[in-house]
Design a protein around this ligand. Sequence first.
Ligand SMILES: Cc1cc2nc3c(=O)[nH]c(=O)nc-3n(C[C@H](O)[C@H](O)[C@H](O)COP(=O)(O)O)c2cc1C
Length: 173
Amino acid sequence: MKTIIISYSYTGNNEALAEMVAKELSVKHYKITTSKPMTMVTILLDMMFSRVPRVDPLPAIVKDYDIVLFFGPVWMGQTASPLRAYLNNLKRNSKPYGFISISGGADGGNPKLAQELLKRTGNPPVLLLDQHLSELLPVKSQVTRKETSSYKINEADLMQLTKHTLEAVKGIL
Ligand SMILES: Cc1cc2nc3c(=O)[nH]c(=O)nc-3n(C[C@H](O)[C@H](O)[C@H](O)COP(=O)(O)O)c2cc1C
C-alpha cells in the first residue's frame, strides 16, 4: 500500500516519532507548518472555538496515496488543530487513515479521540494509537499535566515508542 505520513508537532515529540517511523517504513513524510505561528494562545483559541488553521502542505497532498498515517499531539482531549484540515478533507475524499500520538496522558487518557476522528472524517481510523508520556516518567502516585506537557522524549523513549508504533502499523499495512 502506498503510504504517506503527515505529522504536526509543537514541542518535537511527535515529529521525532513520525520521522523514525517514516525512515523505517521508507515512506514519504510531510511535516505540517501553519501559516501563522502556533502559540499557547492560538492553541487555546483553536481548541475552544474549533478553529482550523491554514496549513502547508495542502490537504490534497494525500490524493495519490492509499493510506494516511497522521502523527500529532492531543490538546484538550482532541487532535491538535493543525491536523484538522487533513481530517476534514477525508470526509470528502475518503481513504483509510491512522492517528498516532505521543500525548501526555496525565488525565487518564483521551477517551473522546475516537469519537472526534469519526465525526471529522466520517469513518473510524484503521489505527488509533495514543501513547502516553505519563508512562515514560518515573513511577509515582500522581503524574501532573505540567510534567507531561513539558516532557521531551529522549533517545531511549524514542526507540521504545518507535518499536511499539511499527508493530501496530505493520498490522494494518
Ligand atoms: C495546550 C496543551 C494541551 C494538552 N492537552 C492534552 C490532553 O488533553 N491530553 C493529553 O494526553 N495530553 C495533552 N497535552 C500534552 C501533549 O499532548 C504532549 O506534551 C505531546 O507529547 C506534545 O507533542 P509534540 O511534542 O509533538 O507537540 C497537552 C499539551 C498542551 C501544550
